[in-house]
Write a protein that binds this ligand. Structure first.
Ligand code: PEP
Ligand code: MG
Length: 578
């Protein structure tokens, strides 16, 4: 009988494929005695030879797709796999202790890693994580298991994991990975957001997933209902295929709205923009008729690499985005590193509460050399299109003033060097910390616009980790406090003559979007795939009616009451439209 598990939708779409389980590789800390040392040494030699073959293939592939700097990472891996000292230490342990190879690889790798990780020099520290990668690869080959997400897939699969990091998600090979499902994670975890930008179906927060699924099981991933079916019957597969066809038909119908405006029936317009994480997202942004880019999460340019992108590299990306968006506005958010987006090579301190710690603008103001390099790249690119700058995680007026001062210094340098940029470039801030939301009237005097980061605003207002499925019941976008604070921010911005958008996931939820529009929001920025459904909704509603609905919605005490009211009101509106 087929097994059915319900989770949370992370990214819309459907997939039918075999399961590939990604557990990551754990080091073996228990030694088992072996009888035959030569056999064990032979097993090790074979695993090392396979590892060298795999890494050589990866190096060649990387050289072709990304370039020599990235390929060098794998060159260093090959070098370590042939290093007589490292490999000699593993062999020596097998020969003297007569214990199994997996344990010896783990032990020697961990010893070497400790050595490297204790070093002060950043470059040398980085060699520690290279070693981990190599040690885990040898162990995977000893166990004859596939290694990591870089393993070369040949058939379509659905990836099954306890959790995927944003860097794992960006590395998924979409030719073969048709979707992913995880035990951990929520709708606004960054891997979910990445999945949506890459257009790959995903369901997260599925309990007991790894206990129920075996490698090679056939899976039906329903990224609309948020379910997974394991080993479906023939009828269930047929039914699923019909749902996929309906989904595709719906998509075709929406494309007719691509070049239409996002205007309500009583002529109130909202700008519908897209969130992106890099150049790879641009084709779907253009294809889905986005009116601009409301959030470019630039921190993704800093991930999956071993050193910082320099000014030239960043400039190239921003310039290309500017040119390809042909005059439409682009909000480039300065890097929001920290929280669940960590960078090994930056050597950030370990934190018990990374979401409350050294993150985003806090790092930028503390490391002006990083921040100014990025500002310089953005300003230079502003000469090529309609670029705006946005600072993330603002909590105080002083932070904005300091960031603006650094921006002014960079502008001054560019003027002196005769490098062109847009002198009146708009600068805005994310409103995602409650303290900033409550101070919106003061902050509005310092900037040109606000963008509400509801993903973080909700987690900080509700004291509820956006990544933690155990408290997801408290992650309530419709909580009366959240709605009240959003309305206050919109009013404060408008009183100062500034515009305000939303770039958190609330913008793409039709129910929430209607409330936000009724509150007077000027712009909604979301995953490109949501733009056309939201545009269709806008074109069939009236702004005056939405304003009325907002008024009554704010009188309720609980999220459920608000949602029930909204469902009832929108059902009435729909009836009137039809
Ligand atoms: C947000 O917090 O709503 C937001 C858009 O930023 P991020 O999801 O990158 O933290
Ligand atoms: Mg945020």
């Amino acid at each position: 009988m087929s097994i059915f598990i319900q989770g949370t939708v992370a990214s819309n779409g459907y997939a039918l494929a075999e399961a590939m389980i990604y557990r990551g590789i754990e080091f073996e800390l228990q030694a088992h005695e072996i009888k035959n040392t030569p056999t064990e040494l032979h097993r090790l030699d074979e695993a090392i030879a396979t590892s060298i073959q795999q890494v050589t293939a990866l190096r060649n592939q990387t050289l072709e797709s990304l370039g020599s700097q990235e390929a060098d990472i794998f060159e260093a891996h090959i070098y370590l796999l042939q290093d007589p000292e490292f490999i000699g230490a593993i062999k020596n342990l097998i020969e003297t202790q007569h214990v199994h190879a997996e344990f010896c690889v783990s032990k020697v790798t961990l010893q070497y890693m400790q050595l490297f990780e204790g070093m002060i020099d950043d470059y040398m520290k980085q060699r520690g994580s290279d070693l981990r990668d190599i040690g885990q690869r040898i162990i995977a080959n000893l166990r004859k298991e596939p290694y990591g997400l870089t393993s070369l897939l040949q058939i379509p699969i659905i990836l099954v994991a306890r959790e995927l990091s944003p860097s794992d998600t960006i590395r998924l090979d979409l030719r073969h990975v048709k979707g992913f499902i995880t035990e951990e994670g929520g709708q606004t975890s960054h891997s979910a957001i990445m999945a949506r930008s890459r257009g790959i179906p995903a369901v997260v927060g599925l309990s007991n997933l790894l206990e129920n699924i075996h490698e090679g099981d056939l899976l039906l991933l329903d990224g609309v209902a948020g379910t997974v079916m394991i080993n479906p019957t023939y009828e269930e597969q047929n039914d699923f295929e019909q749902r996929v066809r309906d989904f595709e038909n719906e998509r075709v119908g929406l494309m007719e709205l691509k070049n239409m405006s996002s205007t309500t029936s009583d002529k109130h317009s909202i700008e519908l923009a897209a969130n992106i994480s890099g150049l790879a997202d641009l084709p779907s942004v253009i294809e889905q008729g986005a009116e601009g880019i409301g959030l470019f999460r630039t921190e993704f340019l800093f991930m999956n690499r071993t050193s910082l992108p320099d000014e030239e590299e960043q400039f190239e990306v921003y310039r290309q985005v500017a040119e390809r968006m042909t005059g439409r506005p682009i909000i480039i958010r300065t890097f929001d590193i920290g929280g669940d987006k960590q960078l090994d090579y930056l050597d950030l301190p370990y934190e018990d509460n990374p979401f409350l710690g050294y993150r985003a603008i806090r790092i930028s103001l503390d490391r002006p050399e990083l921040f100014k390099t990025q500002l310089r790249a953005i300003l230079r690119a502003s000469h090529y299109g309609n670029i705006r700058i946005m600072y993330p995680m603002i909590a105080t007026v002083e932070e904005v003033r300091l960031a603006n001062q650094m921006c002014a210094e960079v502008k001054q340098d560019l003027i002196q060097q005769g490098i062109p940029f847009h002198p009146q470039i708009e600068v805005g801030i994310m409103i995602e910390i409650p303290a900033a939301a409550l101070l919106a009237n003061q902050l509005a005097k310092e900037v040109d616009f606000f963008s509400l980061g509801t993903n973080d605003l909700i987690q900080y207002m509700m004291a509820c980790d956006r990544m933690n499925p155990h408290v997801s019941n408290l992650y309530q976008p419709f909580h009366p406090s959240i709605l009240t604070i959003i309305k206050q921010v919109i009013e404060a911005a408008h009183q100062s003559g500034k515009w305000v958008g939303v770039c958190g996931e609330m913008a793409s939820d039709p129910l929430a979007a209607q409330l936000l529009i009724g509150m007077g929001i000027d712009e909604l920025s979301m995953n490109a795939s949501q733009i056309l459904p939201i545009r269709r909704m806008i074109r069939t509603t009236s702004f005056t009616q939405l304003q009325q609905i907002v008024k009554t919605s704010l009188s309720y005490a609980t999220s459920d009451e608000v949602k029930a009211h909204l469902h009832a009101e929108f059902a009435k509106l729909q009836k009137n439209v039809n």
